[in-house]
Design a protein around this ligand. Sequence first.
Ligand SMILES: [Zn+2]
Length: 443
Amino acid sequence: MSAAKLYCHLFCGILFSINPLFSQNRADAKKIVDTLTSPSMHGRGYVAGGDKIAAAYISEQFKGLKLISLNQSSSYFQKFSFPVNTFPGEMEMTFVWSNKKREIGQAGKNFLVSCESPSIKGKFLVIRLDSSVVYNIEKLRLFKNGLSKKSFILVDTGGVRTKEELTYLTNFIKYPRGIKGILIPANSVTITDACLKLSTWDVSMKQSSIPTIMIDYRFRNIDQIDINIESKFLKNHISQNVIACVTGKNNPDSFIVFTAHYDHLGHMGKSVYFPGANDNASGVAMLLSLAKYYALPEHKPNCTVVFMAFGGEEVGLLGSMYYASHPFFEMNKIKFLINMDILGTGDEGITVVNATLFEKEFKLLQEINSENNYLSVIKPRGKAAISDHYYFTEAKVPSFYIYTLGGIKAYHDICDRKETLSLVKFEEIFNLLRNFTAKIDNQ
Ligand SMILES: [Zn+2]
């Protein structure tokens, strides 16, 4: 083999395997994920205006691409509001044993305050409620006496043997009288070498009367806690969807819609925030990449292509629900909608929700995939009310919801970080969606 041939053998393959048009996509996507997960976005939730800052960033991106507003005004925002419980301040917990041993807990790592918890401050005794209490009259009496002392109950399900015991314990939790809060020990799960997860977190539209706190299982024998948790209930938080389009050249009154929620869980205390890299900075990165593609004059579509970045998804699909009841154009003009939520891996392919409802389109997606070898598998799934496509499906809009499979298992935890999100199949998924959209656009 000549040197020139060897050189070509080594390098030509690499050069030709890179599609010059899309080689920047993954790098661009990474930049978007980095920005959306940075501390300045505050987990895109309800502390320090995180969701507003993220919405402003997306709006700036749309503006930079010269996208068209579908609103009557020139703004891309569609405002809506909801109540939400937040944790903007103190988040401290010290575990104390009877031998005076103390350990300061780390929020998010070895204790997790449930999202509807109210504020609480002070030193409290911890009374254990476990299976040994259930059938022991003396222990039960002591237990009930303990309750009047304004204690926390630690519900240790580790020793529960029967269903009846579990029912008894859970009934006790349901009707606590005079107690200050509930502690539930749980085993941590390793997500990455650097990140342990206690449990998944969420956002609540309510505030409960007492806090429930999940604690690491190794604290199950504590006798006291020193606690300072500050929560703030926002009765009417104003959020917004960010919506823009590229007007179609031949069929402007026919629409193809891409959606992705930009909000995440925000803060649990002033220093811990949930970055939400996979959920759903990755989907927003795809939304903006598609917007960038269709904004180029040479890629102008026949139909109008709309980009919707929804707020309030983690609170209960609120942004998409609001849009579906206040649409900017008739819903029956949507030819197809693709919702993207959790698009940051793909090592094991993707799942398509609504595949069984729209078989023809699902077949088309699979054909494009096998022709180009983009992904190892595209799994079909039925209808599911798990992301922002849902209210569109209910309004009879043909739609798919796509999420990636494989890779990091972080989800609704502090481990869902940019550093460990691979975006390994980002370009392949981009090409798959672009080719699929081209077929729908030309139908
Ligand atoms: Zn999500």
